[in-house]
Design a protein around this ligand. Structure first.
Ligand code: NAP
Length: 259
């Protein structure tokens, strides 16, 4: 499909998520912001939550400046009181949460023999335990409303492992297992829970890798390019719109790197 036709197709879907409220964690920039934009483009109000106030505000402003709906709020996904404050704020303002995208994540890469317990714990806390904490604070409202779409951002590394990423791989494998369990426990409440496993996506997280390492990765990507945040956003959009009979699944968005 040409870019022109794709844009037109997106335009015709601008009200698929009309009146829905979507929380996207860590959405001040990167993949989270692209997902928030995609959902807002389909009519949702995107709740832009980030640990950094400046990014939360600038992300939300980008969306509202283009005539779409967004609301910025600070939330550190490792901190239960910060999460509860955010959920309360959203519930008071909008009365519901239809979509939750657990996106916030970090890396602290080093070979296993050099990995400190604090590197392990920080990544498990931010990438995995956060999904437990944020989902616990939101899912009861979805359950009561008998509707919800949860999308967790995992990684291909959580399925295959990687040198220097023991903490990250374990956290993302945990996210996948948690996704499947939530899918089973909440299916009867019409709450679906799916995961996206991106490959190499061009964001601040991967921009810090050495150029020679990036070249090495590129060789293994059949589609011949790094992914863009928008590529991941399309998969999230699908789970929140067309995918009402899909739950407990992991969709890989990696340009064919692992197949
Ligand atoms: P990114 O550009 O670094 O964005 C991550 C976002 O999460 C940032 O806005 C960051 O805020 C926020 N964040 C970090 N710690 C947080 C916390 N404790 N509470 C709230 N927000 C927090 O990275 P990205 O590439 O977009 O990553 C998004 C997700 O995709 C992550 O879960 C990552 O593991 C996953 N992923 C990425 C790739 C890739 O190749 N890029 C591949 C597979 C999976 P600040 O910037 O303010 O710190």
């Amino acid at each position: 499909m040409s870019t022109q036709t794709l844009t037109e197709a997106k335009m015709t879907h601008h009200d698929l998520l009309k009146d829905q409220v979507a929380i996207v964690t860590g959405s001040g920039r990167g993949i989270g912001l692209a997902i928030a934009k995609r959902l807002a483009n389909a009519g949702a109000t995107a709740i832009i939550t980030d640990i950094t106030e400046e990014f939360a505000s600038s992300g939300a402003k980008e969306i509202t400046d283009s005539g779409l709906k967004a609301f910025p709020t600070v939330c550190n996904v490792t901190d239960v009181s910060s999460i509860e404050k955010m959920t309360e704020e959203v519930m008071n303002k909008y009365g519901k949460v239809d979509i939750l995208v657990n996106n916030a994540g970090i890396t602290k890469d080093t070979l296993f023999m050099r990995m400190k317990l604090e590197d392990w714990s920080a990544v498990i806390e931010t990438n995995l335990t956060s999904v437990f904490k944020v989902t616990q604070s939101v899912i009861k409202n979805m359950s009561k409303a008998n509707y919800g779409r949860i999308v967790n951002i995992a990684s291909v590394i959580g399925m295959h492992g990687n040198f220097g990423q023991a903490n990250y791989a374990a956290s993302k494998a945990g996210v996948i297992a948690l996704t499947k369990t939530l899918a089973k426990e909440y299916a009867s409440k019409n709450v679906t829970c799916n995961a996206i496993a991106p490959g190499f996506i061009d964001t601040a997280m991967t921009q810090k890798l050495k150029p020679e390492m990036k070249e090495q990765y590129l060789k293994f990507i059949p589609l011949g390019r790094f992914g863009q945040p928008e590529d991941v956003a399309e998969a999230a959009f699908y789970f929140c719109t067309g995918g009402s009979y899909i739950t407990g699944q992991v969709i890989v968005v990696d340009g064919g790197m692992f197949m």
